[in-house]
Write a protein that binds this ligand. Structure first.
Ligand code: G4P
Length: 530
C-alpha cells in the first residue's frame, strides 16, 4: 500500500454517456458549479461562445505545438476529487469516444425524458456493459413534458438489458413538474425554479407520512397519482443492491432537470457515494491495485495534430496505480525504453496546466514524439506490468478507397497503414490479397474527412472515397472456422483486417444471425481483442 491511499480513494473517474442533446453538457456544467470550478452555469459550452473557444484553442495549439481538445475535467466536491472524461458526440463521434470509456471507472447515462433510449446511448452503453462498470442513470428534462415514468424505466431494462432501481421518482413533468419523491427517506422534495438554474432549486422536504402537507404542497391529483405510483413501484422494482450496481448489473435511476438545476445535487451526492474508487486493472493474470506503490498507466487515446506533421501528438494516459511525478523516469513497456514524460498536463475546461503530480484515477496528457500506441503501458522502471490492450471497436461506416495517382502507390500504402496503426481508422482488404483493394471503416463519418485530409497533407496522396452500404462487422472468433467455405448471406462480404484476422461485413443486421445459424460452431464478435 502506498502512503497516498487517501488521495486515490477520494477519486471518482467517470464518463457521461448520452445521445447528442440529451443534456450531457448542461449536466456537466451544473456539476462544475457545485464543485466551485466555475462561477456561473453556462461557461462550459455556451453555444454562442463555442466558436470563439475553438479559435482560442487553435492559438494555444500553434504556440505550444500540440493539439488538444478538451478531454477531462477535474474538480473537487465534498472532499472528492472528480474526473469527468469527455465522450464527444455529434460528428466528432469516433473510435476515441469508445476508447475513452476504457479509462472510466463508471458511467453516467443521461436520457432525455421525452425521447427515451436513443441510438448513441445504446452504442456507448454496450461498451460500458462489456466492461461491467457501474452505470448510473439520470433521466433529464423533467421540466418538459416527459414520457410515462414506468415506460421509461421499462425501456431502459428492455432495450439495454440492465435491471433498474429508481432512487427517486418524478412528480409530474413539464408545467406540472412538482419535484421528486425520495424512496429512501420516503419524502418529497419539491421543485422551485426561482434561481434560474444557478443554484439547486429544492428547498422543501416533506415526509409522505404527512399526507395533508403533501397535498397542500403538490395538490390532490398529483398526490393521488404519486401514492399510486409508489405502491406500484415498490411492488415491481428491483431491490437496491450495491454489489449489483458495482458489477454493472443494476442501474440506479434518478430524475431531474439539468437546465433548471433540479435533482442534480441529489444525483451527484448519491452517485459519489455509490460509485467506486479507482478500479484495479488487469495485467496478464493479475490485477494491479490502484494503491500499489509503483506508478503505472496506459494510453487510451492519441490525438494527432491536424495542422502539423502527424508526429506532433499528445498521448492521453489513465493512471492505474501509484503516484505520477513529473521529474521521475518511467519505462515505456512496449518500446522497452526508459524516459521522462514530456510536458505532462491536465486539460481543464478552458485551460491546461502543467502537472507536477497526479494519482491513480487521474488522466494526464503527455507530448508524444511518435512512440506510443493505443493500449501501451508506462510504469516505474522495474515494475512488472503490461495492461491488457484496448479492443478494436466495430466501425459503422465503410468506404472503398480509390487512389487517384497510381504512381504514388507506395506513399499511399505507407500513409494509410500508418494512419490505421495510430487508430484513427481501420482498414480491411480482400481475403488472401495484398493491399490492392482497400476498404476503410470508421466509427464516425468525420474520420473519412480526416483520412482524406491527412493523406493529402502529410503524404501528398489524393484519394476518392466511395461509400459502401455495410453497417455491421463481425470478427470471427472460432479458430476452427474455415473462412473460405463459410456459407453466408447475399449481402455479406468476407475481408481481413491489418493483422490478417478474417471478418465479415453485413448490410443487414438479421444476416448476422442467419450466418451463425448456417455455420455450425461459428462464433462472431463485435470487438476484436488485441
Ligand atoms: P448534449 O451535451 O447532451 O448535446 O446536450 P446539451 O447539454 O448541450 O443540451 C442540449 C439542449 O437541451 C440545450 O438546448 C439545453 O439547454 C437543453 N437542456 C439540457 N438539459 C435540459 C433540461 O433539463 N430541460 C430542458 N428544458 N432543456 C434542457 P439548446 O436550445 O439546444 O441550446 P442552448 O441554446 O440552450 O444552449
Amino acid at each position: 500500500m502506498g502512503n497516498f491511499d487517501n488521495e486515490i480513494n477520494r477519486r471518482r473517474t467517470f464518463a457521461i454517456i448520452s445521445h447528442p442533446d440529451a443534456g450531457k453538457t448542461t449536466l456537466t456544467e451544473k456539476f462544475l458549479l457545485y464543485g466551485g470550478a466555475i462561477n456561473l452555469a453556462g461557461s462550459v459550452k455556451g453555444k454562442a461562445t463555442a466558436r470563439h473557444a475553438v479559435s482560442d484553442w487553435m492559438e494555444i495549439e500553434k504556440e505550444r505545438g500540440i493539439s488538444v481538445t478538451s478531454s477531462v475535467l477535474q474538480f473537487e466536491y465534498d472532499g472528492y476529487c472528480i474526473n469527468i472524461l469527455d465522450t464527444p458526440g455529434h460528428q466528432d463521434f469516433s473510435e476515441d469516444t469508445y476508447r475513452t470509456l476504457m479509462a472510466a471507472d463508471s458511467a453516467v447515462m443521461v436520457i432525455d425524458a421525452s425521447k427515451g433510449v436513443e441510438a448513441q446511448t445504446r452504442k456507448l452503453f454496450k461498451v460500458c456493459a462489456m466492461r461491467g462498470i457501474p452505470i448510473f442513470t439520470f433521466i433529464n428534462k423533467l421540466d418538459r413534458d416527459a414520457n410515462d415514468t414506468f415506460e421509461l424505466i421499462d425501456e431502459v431494462e428492455k432495450e439495454l438489458g440492465i435491471a433498474t432501481c429508481p432512487i427517486n421518482w418524478p412528480i409530474g413533468s413539464g408545467k406540472g413538474f412538482k419535484g421528486v419523491y425520495d424512496r429512501k427517506s420516503e419524502s418529497i422534495i419539491t421543485y422551485s425554479d426561482t434561481l434560474k438554474g444557478t443554484k439547486e432549486g429544492h428547498t422543501n422536504v416533506i415526509p409522505v407520512s404527512d399526507e395533508a402537507k403533501v397535498t397542500a404542497e403538490i395538490g390532490e391529483a398529483a398526490k393521488d397519482k404519486l401514492f399510486e405510483e409508489i405502491e406500484l413501484l415498490d411492488g415491481a422494482s428491483s431491490e437496491f443492491d450495491i454489489e449489483a450496481v458495482r458489477n454493472g448489473k443494476l442501474t440506479p435511476v434518478f430524475f431531474g432537470s439539468a437546465l433548471t438545476n433540479f435533482g442534480v445535487e441529489i444525483f451527484l451526492k448519491n452517485f459519489l457515494e455509490m460509485a467506486t474508487t479507482p478500479l484495479p486493472r488487469r495485467s496478464g493474470d493479475e490485477y494491479i491495485e490502484p494503491t500499489e506503490d509503483n506508478f503505472s498507466a496506459f494510453v487510451f487515446k492519441i490525438q494527432a495534430n491536424m495542422n502539423k506533421a502527424h508526429r506532433d501528438r499528445i498521448a492521453f494516459m489513465r493512471i492505474c496505480s501509484g503516484k505520477f511525478e513529473a521529474d521521475k523516469e518511467v519505462t515505456h513497456v512496449q518500446g522497452g525504453r526508459t524516459m521522462r514524460l514530456s510536458q505532462p498536463q491536465q486539460i481543464m475546461a478552458d485551460e491546461r496546466k502543467i502537472l507536477d503530480e497526479a494519482y491513480a484515477g487521474d488522466i494526464i496528457g503527455v507530448f508524444d514524439p511518435g512512440i506510443f500506441s493505443i493500449g501501451d503501458t508506462v510504469c516505474t522502471p522495474g515494475m512488472k506490468v503490461c495492461y491488457e490492450g484496448i479492443p478494436t471497436f466495430a466501425p459503422e461506416h465503410f468506404a472503398r478507397v480509390r487512389q487517384l495517382d497510381t504512381m504514388k502507390r507506395k506513399q499511399f500504402v505507407k500513409g494509410i497503414t500508418q494512419i490505421a496503426q495510430e487508430g484513427a481508422i481501420q482498414i480491411f482488404k480482400e481475403l488472401n490479397s495484398g493491399m490492392e483493394e482497400i476498404i476503410v471503416g470508421v466509427v464516425g463519418v468525420l474520420q473519412f474527412d480526416v483520412l482524406k485530409y491527412r493523406l493529402e497533407n502529410e503524404y501528398n496522396v489524393d484519394i476518392r472515397l466511395e461509400p459502401l452500404p455495410y453497417e455491421h462487422i463481425r470478427w470471427i472468433e472460432s479458430s476452427e472456422t474455415d473462412i473460405a467455405s463459410l456459407t453466408g448471406t447475399s449481402d455479406m462480404k468476407k475481408v481481413a483486417d491489418l493483422k490478417d484476422r478474417p471478418l465479415l461485413l453485413f448490410i443487414n443486421s438479421w444476416s448476422i444471425q442467419m450466418t451463425i445459424d448456417r455455420n455450425k460452431g461459428l462464433v462472431l464478435s463485435e470487438f476484436a481483442r488485441n
